[in-house]
Write a protein that binds this ligand. Sequence first.
Ligand SMILES: Nc1ncnc2c1ncn2[C@@H]1O[C@H](COP(=O)(O)OP(=O)(O)O)[C@@H](O)[C@H]1O
Ligand SMILES: [Mg+2]
Ligand SMILES: [Zn+2]
Length: 411
Amino acid sequence: MRLSRFFLSTQRQTPKDAETVSHRLCIKSGLLNALSAGIFSYLPLGLMALRKIENIIREYMNMYDGQEVLLPALQPLEIWQKTGRDKVLEEIMFTFKDRRGRDICLGPTHEEVITDLAKKFISSYKQMPVILYQIQTKFRDEIRPKAGLVRSCEFIMKDAYSFDRDQEGLNLSYSKMKEAYQNIFRECGLPAIILGADTGAMGGSESEEFLVKGESGEDKVFFCPNCGRYFKQRGSCPVCAAQLEEINALEIGHIFKLGTKYSQALGAYFLDADGRRKEIIMGCYGIGVSRLIPAVIENNYDQEGIIWPKKIAPFDVEILVLGQAEDLVSYSRELYGKISSLNYDVLLDDRNESVGVKFNDAYLLGMPYLFVLGKGSFSQGKVEIVFRKNKQKILVNKESVLDWARDYLRK
Ligand SMILES: Nc1ncnc2c1ncn2[C@@H]1O[C@H](COP(=O)(O)OP(=O)(O)O)[C@@H](O)[C@H]1O
Ligand SMILES: [Mg+2]
Ligand SMILES: [Zn+2]
């Protein structure tokens, strides 16, 4: 993508109503635009990061036996009345009547819908285990939308549901999902903390949360500087008695052993090997996909802007052309074409802007590598490569730039 043609508008001013660093950087770097409180448009740059995150999630969900589906966002309230969650989640549900007079909600989550599906399709123990997942927009009428994508009223979640014949099966499905989550968060550059959690409105017997440190965090975790471990409770360390430090954390994922709560309420049964009719045993597993963007930023930034982890950077590399000299410009286009043809996403800053503006924007946008074409180094046959993370610079011969790209980009 040529920056001169890209639908992007970076802001020099710090946005006034942005509460936290990730919110400020999302707006400043042109990832998002606020339509109204808690409601956002993804601009091309933000959507590119989101898609990369989604693809990492897909890769690991599929690897751990998940099968992708897409469930409706429009849900008849009737199905919620069967589990009683129309009352439990009443406050955060968007509801209305359609022209047929049906009570409808915009799905805040999908346990009811997926259990209805399981009821229709699973009749025998031979059809399990099965894990279904989707990446979809959820709607929640949040009391306090917060910090951009951290808590919004329309957001993207990956939700997965497992169906098993017995507890042993559930334990296995649960541990697969847990492992998938650990891989996903690592690939996204997020050091996730896993802690036991309340089952809350979801119900079930056991649940764990995945959290990361971050200024926008609405949860607290407590860290023991001695043991290097995190706890849910404040006070002193249960292991070594040292005073625990309080840290803000964002919940990025949540996994549950649901058991039979939903299958019982909605009548999802199967015939077991012994010929007996039993309730399907379920688990559910959520990742706040859109919330991962602020979570990643809060764990990867500096004074100048975002520092995207390689695997989810919207572009793998940005080429900066400093000046309008003909040989520079034609080489920049050639390099752009060649790196793109290696299947990397390349941003070419071909604007007629000053060196200062180009560097400021490049550091703000935060692609992991900057290939800088400047008069001085170019006349000596070299390209300067800047590592966004630590701003370290190296000079690489023009002839070796492609090899360098092959070796280092997105690895
Ligand atoms: N309003 C929201 N905006 C953005 N992400 C959200 C929102 N609510 C929940 N999430 C994300 O979706 C994941 C799964 O949702 P869930 O556990 O049902 O949320 P909660 O714990 O807030 O009720 C959460 O771990 C969180 O990352
Ligand atoms: Mg939760
Ligand atoms: Zn300790």
